[in-house]
Design a protein around this ligand. Structure first.
Ligand code: EAX
Length: 326
């Protein structure tokens, strides 16, 4: 009986040892983003984590840091370059400061709908832009999505560009977005996302613009009572990795990351699509006045001169390719 006991104890000790060896060997991957843990990015990171753990047999685990806990998007991208963060899900907001080729994606009214934007990003053009990341000490794993951006403010119902004139609007730290708002005689105030809620609460700015998911899951409806469904610009998002982590991976492991990132993007896009309608209803229930009847062509006309700001600096080749791709 003692011998049996000893044998059983031995087996469980062995099993324990194997488990802790496994745990030791598992590499934790830190992923940062600015949105909340109920957001479309978080949904994507959950799907990414599940897929990566499955493909790697538990070799990698994912540690999510939501709500800007690791900083704003620009600061996190810098973190990737110096290796203090392994991965980031970010909008293209500050990305053009690092990879100017991506500015083309931030032009207002460039994409007509989700299908067109997703198709371009999943095709040759999207792949070329992902590859560009490599020349700027970044690794582009997959395009994912933030969504079409809509305008909110605390002052008045905005239905036309005329209504928006004179408002102080927080924008992302993005030259193209700022140029577009300047053309509308709106005062753009660039700011990192983690500072936005307080700025709205304290009235430092009158409004901001973001996709429905961000307005809803970031609780911006608590400090903004008017929403205009302007859909003035498509906001791509990207899953980026640090080259410092990446260079330590084998080709097989890199393949797992890429495949998992695509699974993450799919989950994020599904949630963005769902909230584009359901989320607006929820925001109404939370007390926002929603201006739905917007003549987008008026806004489009108002921001049109910002295209020249872009082409003067970066030419029109990529722009033409995107336009011809639909
Ligand atoms: O990427 O800064 C922003 O308004 C972004 O849309 C947000 O951080 C999610």
């Amino acid at each position: 009986r003692n011998a049996l006991h000893a044998a059983v104890a031995g087996v469980s000790t062995l099993a324990l040892a194997a488990t802790s060896l496994g745990a030791l060997a598992a590499q934790s991957v830190t992923v940062g983003h600015t949105t909340s843990d109920s957001s479309h990015y978080s949904e994507g990171i959950d799907a990414f984590a599940a897929k990566l753990e499955e493909l790697s047999g538990g070799e990698f685990t994912v540690e999510e840091h939501p709500s800007g806990a690791l900083g704003g998007e620009r600061a996190m991208i810098e973190g990737l370059q110096i290796g203090t963060i392994d991965m980031v899900v970010t909008s293209t907001g500050p990305l053009g400061n690092f990879v100017p080729q991506t500015y083309v994606l931030d032009l207002p009214f460039l994409f007509e709908d989700y299908d067109q934007a997703r198709c371009v990003l999943d095709g040759e053009i999207g792949q070329e832009l992902l590859d560009q990341m490599g020349e700027h000490e970044l690794v582009g794993l997959a395009w994912t999505e933030n969504g079409f951006r809509h305008l909110t403010n605390s002052q008045r119902d905005v239905q036309t560009p005329e209504d928006a004139k004179g408002l102080k609007i927080r924008t992302m730290e993005n030259e193209m977005h700022m140029a577009a708002f300047r053309e509308m005689d709106v005062h753009p105030t660039p700011m990192a996302f983690p500072e936005l809620f307080t700025a709205l609460q304290q009235g430092t700015v009158d409004g901001q613009e973001n996709p429905i998911s961000v307005i809803l899951t970031g609780n911006l409806w608590e400090v903004q009572d008017r929403l205009s469904l302007t859909g003035h610009v498509y906001s791509p998002a990207i899953m980026l990795a640090s080259p410092i982590m990446w260079d330590g991976l084998s080709d097989e492991e890199k393949g797992w990351f890429r495949e998992a990132a695509r699974a993450g993007a799919e989950a994020t896009r599904a949630m963005v699509s769902r909230l584009e309608t359901e989320g607006v209803e929820e925001l109404k229930e939370k007390g926002m006045t929603v201006v739905e009847d917007i003549d987008k062509s008026q806004f489009q006309e108002a921001v049109e001169p910002s295209y020249k700001v872009f082409t003067d600096e970066y030419g029109s080749e990529m722009l033409d390719r995107i336009r011809n791709s639909s």
